[in-house]
Design a protein around this ligand. Structure first.
Ligand SMILES: [Zn+2]
Length: 282
């Protein structure tokens, strides 16, 4: 069986990806450390997700030897939009990054803190018609990054995903569910108002610098037992599929922006005061 190009690159290790794929040595690579203190406050609108509460007809899961990829089929594919992006993005797939037992597994770091896991919801810009074409455009992809924090008890919202993992333990196997009850909103933090945003790349070859990253400040949770189900998956060579995160890349001259819910609160307060004044003077 012929190995994919990505497999060959992965086998060489992240530090030599750029020898074969020059883009991987570019100046807008991901992941990065997000330094809270130097992030620039920005007035972004809230993230708006269409069909986030609608379970897809079919849920597909693949262990590709590097991660586990979840995709959805049917006519209720989630979409994301936000005013400043002036675009609508369709969800292509969700995948995960994790560590080994008790170690860090997230790709991004928050003030150099790394979380046990991170999930990526990869969306493509609908103005380009399909994922492959969007992958070649500067504003082609919008990825929601969600940190996963370890909790004492299970996160029941993750169970539809966790329950499928044992069926894809071996690399290059897949499984699916119909009407699983899974909702994409279950993978997101409750507060979508706080996030960081910057320009970056795919974190695996070919490292295309086509991603607007939107990393949420608040994590979701998973128990040690739930995280261990990811760590039981296997790579193509039969060894444990763990620590599937890329090392941190240089921020260089890029700007990292932050949005806090407080900005919404302030504008809401202003509206309340303004409306009260209008009422008084009417
Ligand atoms: Zn990823």
């Amino acid at each position: 069986m012929q190995r994919s190009e990505a497999s060959i690159h992965q086998c060489r290790g992240p530090n030599s990806w750029n020898e074969i794929e020059p883009t991987c040595g570019g100046s807008e690579q991901s992941p990065i450390n997000i330094a809270f203190s130097s992030a620039i406050p920005a007035q972004y609108g809230p993230i708006f997700i269409v069909n986030g509460d609608s379970p897809p007809e079919n849920l597909l899961m693949v262990n590709n030897g590097h991660t586990v990829v979840v995709s959805m089929e049917g006519d209720r594919i989630p979409q994301v939009s936000e005013d400043s992006l002036n675009a609508t993005f369709n969800l292509a797939q969700v995948h995960f990054h994790w560590g080994s037992n008790g170690t860090h597994g997230s790709e991004h770091a928050l003030d150099f803190k790394r979380f046990p896991a991170e999930l990526h919801l990869v969306h493509w810009n609908t103005k380009y018609g399909n994922f492959s074409d969007a992958l070649q455009k500067y504003d082609g992809l919008f990825v929601l990054g969600v940190f996963v924090m370890e909790s004492k008890s299970d996160n029941p919202y993750l169970n539809p995903i966790v329950d499928m993992l044992s069926e894809v333990r071996v690399a290059e196997t897949n499984t699916f569910r119909s009407n699983s009850g899974f909702r994409v909103n279950d993978l997101l933090p409750k507060d979508l108002g706080k996030f960081y945003r910057y320009r970056g790349s795919l974190t695996t070859p070919s490292c295309n610098e086509v991603v607007v990253w939107n990393v949420f400040a608040n994590p979701i949770t998973a128990s040690k037992e739930q995280l261990s189900k990811f760590q039981e998956l296997l790579k193509l060579d039969g060894t444990p599929l763990v620590k599937n995160f890329r090392p941190l890349q240089l921020v260089a001259s890029r700007k990292i922006y932050k949005r806090s819910s407080a900005s919404v609160l302030i504008s809401t307060l202003f509206l309340v005061v303004f409306c009260s004044l209008v009422t008084v003077y009417e």
